[in-house]
Design a protein around this ligand. Structure first.
Ligand SMILES: NC(=O)c1ccc[n+]([C@@H]2O[C@H](COP(=O)([O-])OP(=O)(O)OC[C@H]3O[C@@H](n4cnc5c(N)ncnc54)[C@H](OP(=O)(O)O)[C@@H]3O)[C@@H](O)[C@H]2O)c1
Length: 128
């Protein structure tokens, strides 16, 4: 049943005329092994993109990458674990590996981002 729903979703996406050709495009996704972004990355891969997903858990991230790669014959999907979005250096290494192995990085998606709490008076507010 879950597969059926997922399959209908990507068919719907594919039928939309404003979906551009994703062949040779690479999507980089933080938290890409999670519930929401794994489905989103899977749809983009189905539509022609290659992908790099990152997360903290090595096994989970690598296993999901293999699973997402089944969405399209010939798809390249790499899963990089031990990456915490709160550590910029580890993210940079993942980006470098993505570009090295997949050839580029065209889109960034995120389920997880680093946020910093700070006093309201330190927050810039535009008058526009
Ligand atoms: N599910 C919903 O109904 C819903 C609704 C509204 C908003 N959201 C928000 O949407 C986002 C994704 O939701 P989801 O349900 O897909 O979550 P999820 O299934 O828990 O997936 C989150 C993913 O992010 C990774 N992650 C967590 N912390 C990380 C970190 N510090 N660095 C790198 N990766 C990290 C996790 O993998 P690792 O543990 O391996 O790092 C996991 O694969 C969340 O921010 C959630 O609050 C969800």
């Amino acid at each position: 049943m879950a597969y059926s729903v997922r399959s209908q979703s990507v068919q719907h996406l594919k039928s939309r005329s404003n979906v551009s050709d994703l062949a040779n495009k690479v999507v980089f996704c933080t938290g890409g092994a999670g519930t929401i972004c794994s489905a989103q990355v899977r749809a983009l891969v189905y539509l022609g993109a290659d992908a790099c997903i990152v997360g903290r858990n090595v096994q989970k991230t690598e296993d999901m990458a293999k699973d997402i790669a089944t969405a399209r014959k010939g798809a390249k999907v790499i899963g990089i674990g031990s990456i915490d979005v709160r550590e910029v250096e580890s993210l940079q290494k993942a980006v470098e590996r993505c570009v090295k192995e997949l050839g580029s990085l065209d889109f960034v998606m995120y389920a997880m981002v680093q946020t910093r709490l700070r006093p309201l008076e330190d927050t810039y507010m535009s008058e526009n």
